[in-house]
Design a protein around this ligand. Structure first.
Ligand code: ADP
Ligand code: MG
Length: 394
């Protein structure tokens, strides 16, 4: 178990909090503030328990230079509105200077300040010790609550912990609980659903999950690389040529480990990669040479749904078809609905999978939707994330 904000006596202490305020901006206006609202529970807990709060984040890719279009000023304004109190913004081209240090020192318990974009400094992404030390000098305890960057060892995500103790905020705590604990000690049957475009990107995830799950249901574009490994016709479907052999090995591995690895029984195929292309449903053994598989078919949905109904834990990564096009979204939608109806613990990882669940309006029916695309994949690969590793154990 990792220490959290609730394991610290905050009165009089300064919390140095790494948040993920990397919000989308259009002409200096925030177009989606969900990352800011997501950080509120941690900030409010700290401010409400007598901590002085110093927040830091990156925004975009200023690549080590103070570029005005990447200033966190609009975020400070929005955060002030959401917290209904003044957030002191500290504009500094070098993020930490004497004025910033003085401002941090002068904070009253419950007050909140926000530093300028940490990526204004080149040392941030290089995890430069001097910059980490400068940041650490601003606080007593480091609170990491930025899951989206937890897979990177940067100065503000990991380096600071060399100088002051580190605990998790509520967001990272939740990610560790649902991604980490679920994989460590799942209720069974444990079912993983893997889709998406390329096998290559997901091989480490599949490898790691094979050691843990009872069922692995394959869908999406990666299906056809597995078909090819079995010598089936794949038509114009996307194939990850480099990984055909490996796909065959994964099928063998699954067999040896006693994991029921299931491949789609049928696909919705189309002549072109277009929503209005001529299309039809074809069984795995009867894929037409001049068509491409763009969604799992109805027989597959039924077979997968039966497995999902028995599951106690489900981890899903990767859409089962090209859900961005309505005519190839049905497989992903039906499986998302099956998860929504299931009593199992349901964990969704991956940016596009999360987007699909949102699109179908089923987000609040899932146990946990991971917020970190890359970070959640590395978690599913079984990797140790630097930003999580630095958090002290209880
Ligand atoms: P995630 O972001 O959830 O990890 P990926 O990035 O691996 O997922 O894959 C998502 C993409 O895979 C989507 O854009 C989707 O359109 C695409 N995809 C799914 N099925 C197919 C298919 N049969 N052919 C081509 N692309 C597909
Ligand atoms: Mg993706």
């Amino acid at each position: 178990m990792k220490k959290t904000v609730e394991d610290v006596k905050w009165e009089g202490k300064t919390a140095l909090v790494r948040v993920d305020f990397n919000v989308p901006l259009k002409n200096g206006v925030i177009t989606d503030d969900r990352r800011i609202t997501a950080a509120l529970p941690t900030i409010e807990y700290l401010a409400g328990h007598g901590a002085k709060v110093v927040l830091m984040s990156h925004l975009g890719r200023p690549e080590g230079e103070p570029k005005p279009e990447f200033t966190l000023k609009p975020v400070a304004d929005r955060l002030s509105e959401l917290l209904q109190k003044d957030v002191i913004f500290c504009p500094s081209d070098i993020v930490v200077d004497d004025k910033v240090k003085d401002t941090a020192k002068a904070l009253e318990p419950g007050q909140v300040m926000l530093l300028e974009n940490v990526r204004y400094r080149r040392e941030e992404t290089r995890n430069g010790a001097d910059f980490a030390k400068e940041l650490a000098s601003l606080g007593d305890v480091f609170v990491n609550d930025a899951f989206g960057t937890a897979h990177r060892a940067h100065a503000s995500t990991a380096g600071i912990a060399d100088y002051i103790p580190c605990v998790s905020g509520y967001l990272i705590e939740k990610e560790v609980k649902f991604l980490g604990d679920t994989l460590e000690d799942p209720d069974r049957p444990f079912v993983a659903i893997m889709g998406g475009a390329k096998v290559g990107d997901k091989i480490p995830v599949i490898r790691n999950l094979l050691k843990k799950v009872d069922y692995l249901l394959i869908g999406g574009g990666m299906t056809y690389t597995f078909y090819k490994a079995q010598g089936l016709e794949t038509g114009k479907s996307i194939i990850d040529e480099e990984n055909v052999e490996l796909a065959g090995k994964l099928l063998e591995e699954a067999g040896m480990l006693g994991v029921k690895l299931m491949l789609p029984l049928d696909s919705v195929c189309a002549k072109e990669f277009a929503n209005d292309a001529e299309r039809g449903v074809f069984k795995a053994e009867a894929m037409p040479a001049d068509m491409m598989g763009l969604d799992i078919g109805p027989e597959t949905v039924e077979a997968y749904r039966k497995v999902i109904e028995t599951a106690a834990t489900i981890v899903w990564n990767g859409p089962l078809g090209v859900f961005e096009m309505d005519n190839f979204a049905e497989g992903t939608r039906k499986i998302a609905e099956a998860l929504a109806e299931s009593k199992a613990v349901t964990v969704i990882g991956g940016g596009d999978s999360a987007a699909a669940v949102e699109k179908f309006g089923l987000a609040d029916k899932m146990t946990h939707i991971s917020t970190g695309g890359g970070a959640s994949l590395e978690f599913l690969e079984g990797k140790v994330l630097p930003g999580v590793a630095v958090i002290e154990d209880k």
